[in-house]
Design a binder for this molecule. Sequence first.
Ligand SMILES: [Zn+2]
Length: 112
Amino acid sequence: MINLTAHEPGSPLPCLCKTCFASAPAEASTEGLAFRRVTVSANFRELHAWLPSSLEAEAPLLLKSMAQRLSTRTRSRYAEWVRPRREPLVPPRAKPKTEKVGLWGRVRKLFT
Ligand SMILES: [Zn+2]
């Protein structure tokens, strides 16, 4: 899993980036508000966030939409990552030139 959470040194809550995550608590509070650490993951990427306890009722919905956004944002990179290495792309072969006989061509043919 790759932690995509950004480093936030100025945040009142503990930072949840990949460096700080190991020492981050599961619960924290600031200014009298309690927060719970939540994690969403998709395509081998995970995102951590602080969920205020006042939003606990909406948590499943919130986490679902977070996971969906993460999934959409990381889809192409994941596709690159899991796709086996293929031979380098070669430009499509040039189409064989076909003599297209237009009106002018037919007129010219009359005089040659
Ligand atoms: Zn950090």
